[in-house]
Design a protein around this ligand. Structure first.
Ligand code: CMC
Length: 380
């Protein structure tokens, strides 16, 4: 490509850098589909396990295929003793996202063939990472709280098993379903920053663990998956629903970003936000947390009035904050929940990249000086 043909797009906006068969996004109309199926239909009718099968195989499973897939996933729920020891060597006040990023990286050292990069090997590693990461989160959280580790229960679904390992008691069906819907809605989302990071890393033919580790590091940023914690911090700072409008208007006046709003692709309401809004309302009613829901709703109304013309609407992180709070999760576990789900998408993209790989290597537009004389250190 000649220099004249090269274009610079800050933040790579509008650049098509990969092809995928997994998720389709229409940002103007607020549409999200996984393999052609509307996210709302999956949230209301599918399970996380079935959604992962869909993303990785580009079709819905038959009953026996889903059974085999689920059995395989459950057979990898348990974390080995060495990994538990590694988690217990982390400082108790470490941020869970730092622990997760480090421990996913460490999983490579307990894999007898960590660098195997055939598509089949990548699928198997993805299955293991997806299945065992909930245990990493639960083991660390219980260890820092001084509680006994709760072993995984392979008779439980992905969602129920995580809540069981975290809380030490079997979750209700309603909580399990709510968590399952969170996992479905967060599973994949085009070439978002963390997915791009995963694809960039695997494109060097590095390894699946490195790719997923890089993705976790990307996701934790406040402009990406870290925004759900930012939303909760904001909700905690607003004393009552009546204070919401003044609080947000003050943030706008100070040119602060309102977490949970805006998106590079959506210029309409993120369809995941609509799904999670319904879920958050139901859970808030059931758990006596309507103040959080009402504050969120009040913020959305102010933002609609002030920012809708600019195409800034609630994104997935806005109502997921209230949802996770109602499920009983601590604030610093919100972004880790995004990780649990998005491993499905990251892995699917890693597999797609390996199926038709070409090294990612964009170029820079050099804007510095030329022909500068070298001055020896004594003369500077
Ligand atoms: N609050 C106030 N103003 C905003 C916001 C917001 N949340 N988002 C964008 N803007 C303004 C921004 O100040 C800028 O204004 P101006 O043109 O006057 O300078 C304009 O909108 C464009 O912003 P941008 O940063 O160039 O747009 P982007 O496409 O790079 O930003 C974003 C996308 C998600 C980083 C941004 O909307 C944002 O910072 N949102 C808050 C953080 C957040 O909720 N992130 C989660 C994203 S969705 C889940 C995920 O994928 O992780």
């Amino acid at each position: 490509m000649s220099t004249a043909e090269k274009t610079f797009s800050k933040g790579l906006e509008g650049v098509v850098a990969a092809q995928t068969e997994m998720s389709f996004i229409n940002g103007t109309e607020g549409i999200l589909e996984y393999v052609g199926i509307a996210i709302g239909d999956l949230a209301s009718q599918s399970s996380f396990e079935e959604t992962v099968f869909l993303l990785w195989n580009k079709r819905l499973p038959t009953a026996s295929e889903l059974e085999a897939f689920t059995k395989d996933l459950r057979s990898h729920y348990t974390l080995c003793d060495e990994m538990i020891t590694q988690i217990k060597s982390c400082p108790k006040d470490a941020e869970p996202m730092h622990v997760i990023r480090s421990m996913i990286s460490m999983l490579a050292m307990y894999d007898t063939d960590p660098n195997a990069n055939s598509v089949e090997a990548a699928r198997q590693k993805s299955m293991r990472i997806l299945a065992v990461t909930p245990a990493i989160v639960a083991v660390f959280d219980r260890y820092r709280r001084g509680l006994e580790i709760v072993p995984a229960d392979p008779s439980l679904s992905f969602a129920a098993n995580f809540l069981y390992m975290l809380n030490g008691e079997k979750p209700t069906e309603a909580m399990t379903r709510a968590f399952d819907i969170c996992m479905i809605t967060h599973a994949d989302h085009g070439l978002n920053n963390s997915t791009f990071a995963a694809r960039v890393v695997i494109s060097t033919l590095s390894d699946v663990y490195s790719a997923i580790t890089a993705a976790v590091g990307s996701l934790r940023g406040p402009l990406h998956g870290g925004a759900n914690e930012g939303v909760m911090k904001m909700l905690n700072q607003i004393p009552t629903v009546d204070d919401a409008e003044a609080f947000v208007m003050n943030m706008i006046k100070n040119k602060e970003r309102i977490m949970g709003f805006g998106h590079r692709v959506y210029k309409a309401k993120d369809p995941r936000a609509s799904e999670l809004m319904t879920l958050a309302k139901q859970l808030a009613e059931d758990t006596g947390n309507m103040d959080f829901y009402n504050k969120s709703n009040a913020i959305e109304k102010v933002m609609e009035r002030e920012y809708a013309a600019k195409g800034i609407y609630p994104n997935v992180d806005f109502y997921s904050a209230t949802t996770y709070h109602c499920i009983g999760l601590k604030l610093d576990l919100f972004t880790p929940m995004f990780v649990l789900a998005r491993i499905a998408g990251w892995s699917g993209h890693v597999i797609e990249q390996l199926e038709d790989n070409r090294l990612f290597r964009p170029t820079t537009d050099y804007v510095g000086p030329h022909d500068v004389a070298y001055v020896s250190i004594d003369n500077r």
